[in-house]
Ligand binder design. Structure first.
Ligand code: NAP
Length: 223
């Protein structure tokens, strides 16, 4: 049973999904992509993407990994929309996320004037992208499930804004180390007593690693 009351949610259901090493890193100190997921986990991620209307990453992930964020077997019109948080317009013109295989939205702040061939641009927020405004826009576009794939700054912003419903983390069986290596949730961090509580919903061995699925525990609003 869910441990919290669900408010009527007029926004997409947000699932954070990422892969970390057994020592809690989502990439090494070079911040370049490093394969952590097993083949079985990659298949799970493919399925989760298929079931989502949109997939979101921060621009540092675009610059570090140049992911295409597409789903094999889905056409441009049926694939989830790719969304990049990019306040200052740093996404390179040749980024894979701008290819023709799926629709792409780049979200900048209101001061940025850059445009891209191959992407729709939304402008919201004065500095960083305003996530609450973005959620309203996605709700209006009938996005029911949003998958947030990283990196750590982006996932932190979603937690900090109270916008995460589920947290799914694959733990790969390796150690990377490095005090500057990114973790699933970076950002400023909460004060010790302000942490986000999670309820563990399931665990699964998945090709040499383990998948942990949590739901975010919401405070019961006062009567
Ligand atoms: N293992 C995994 O599953 C996985 C998945 C994804 C990424 N990664 C790794 O994660 C690393 C990148 O993560 P990262 O934490 O450096 O960056 P990130 O989360 O990918 O991107 C953060 C950037 O997005 C922009 N942004 C705009 N609005 C934002 C908002 N409201 N909240 C947060 N960011 C906003 C900011 O740049 P501007 O100020 O320029 O707009 C910010 O610095 C890479 O090493 C990558 O390999 C790993």
């Amino acid at each position: 049973m869910r441990p919290h009351l669900d408010c009527v949610q007029m926004r997409p259901h947000v699932i954070v999904n990422c892969a970390m090493t057994a020592d809690g890193k989502i990439a090494g100190k070079s911040r370049r992509q490093f394969r952590i997921s097993s083949t079985e986990d990659m298949e799970r991620v493919r399925k989760l993407r298929t079931e989502s209307e949109a997939i979101l990453v921060g621009v540092n992930t675009i610059l570090a990994d140049d992911p295409h964020l597409t789903v094999k077997g889905l056409s441009r019109d049926t694939a989830p929309i790719r969304i990049v948080l990019d306040s200052n317009g740093r996404t390179p013109d040749q980024a894979e996320v701008l290819n023709d295989c799926a629709r792409t939205i780049i979200v900048t702040n209101r001061r940025c004037a850059r445009t891209w061939k191959g992407a729709e641009v939304l402008r919201m927020g004065e500095r960083a992208v305003d996530l609450h405004e973005l959620m309203k826009e996605l709700e209006a576009r009938k996005v029911q499930r949003l998958m947030v794939e990283g990196g750590g700054e982006t996932i932190w912003s979603f937690f900090n804004a109270g916008l995460v419903d589920e947290y799914r983390i694959f733990v790969g069986s390796m150690v990377l180390g490095g005090r500057t290596a990114p973790s699933p949730v970076d950002g400023e961090g909460f004060e010790d007593h302000g942490c986000v509580r999670l309820q563990l919903m399931s665990t699964q061995l998945l090709g040499g690693g383990v998948l942990l699925c949590y739901e975010v525990v919401r405070d019961v609003p006062p009567a």
